[in-house]
Ligand binder design. Structure first.
Ligand code: 3PG
Length: 208
């Protein structure tokens, strides 16, 4: 599955920061049950690689990826854990070279047209716009659509239920990423039904 296919699985990719591997299985099942099939597990906790493995086992219909990839070793670790795609806050030649070597589809982050053009030079046409709200939000991305025609974006960072449709209604947005579908309080409480409800709401988001 290439990165465009991953992004088209649902309008929202949950960005997950999971400290405790024991919640991985119920969390993945809860999100997938709500219709969110592409899951980004950030490598920001010591448990992250085990969380990826546990989610793959628990929710075979989910496509589990790894986020916050910053080094070639992160890419190798993510791939070895079974991640099917990788997400990075930025764009680095070393990172992308390693992803090509191991065959991990990547969604690298860009914040400027120059970075988007550098990504396009490498043959990438689907990119994360990060951090979306801090970089001008939907109006900024809208302004990129004509001069950067042919590039598609997954804005992430400050995206929420309240503004997701502002992005999803743009022609150059394929999906959005965000942490709001798996909030820390619901995770801590083990409120899996509540997370499924948030996921279902996010899965229904459609541009008018
Ligand atoms: C992040 O940096 O954690 C992701 O971009 C998600 O951001 P969010 O918590 O604002 O959705």
């Amino acid at each position: 599955m290439d990165i465009l296919a991953v992004c088209r699985l649902a309008p929202v990719i949950p960005v997950l920061v999971v400290e405790d591997v024991s919640v991985a299985a119920p969390l993945a099942k809860a999100l997938a049950a709500g219709g969110l099939k592409a899951l980004e597990v950030t490598l920001r906790t010591p448990a992250a690689l085990d969380v990826i493995r546990a989610m793959i086992d628990a929710a075979p219909d989910a496509v589990v990826g790894a986020g916050t990839l910053r080094t070639p070793q992160d890419v190798k670790n993510a791939h070895a854990a079974g991640a099917r795609f990788g997400v990075s806050p930025g764009l680095s030649a070393k990172l992308l070279d390693t992803a090509d070597e191991v065959g991990l589809p990547m969604l690298p982050g860009v914040a400027t047209p120059s970075e988007a053009m550098a990504a396009a030079e490498r043959g990438l046409s689907v990119l994360k716009f990060f951090p979306a709200e801090a970089n001008g939000g939907a109006p900024a991305l809208k302004a990129w659509a004509s001069p950067l025609k042919g590039l598609l974006f997954c804005p992430t960072g400050g995206v929420s239920k309240a503004n997701a449709l502002d992005y999803l209604s743009l022609p150059n947005v394929v999906c959005v990423g965000g942490s709001w579908v798996a909030p820390g309080d619901k995770l801590a409480a083990g409120d899996w039904d509540g997370i499924t409800a948030l996921a279902a709401e996010a899965a229904q988001l459609k541009a008018a």
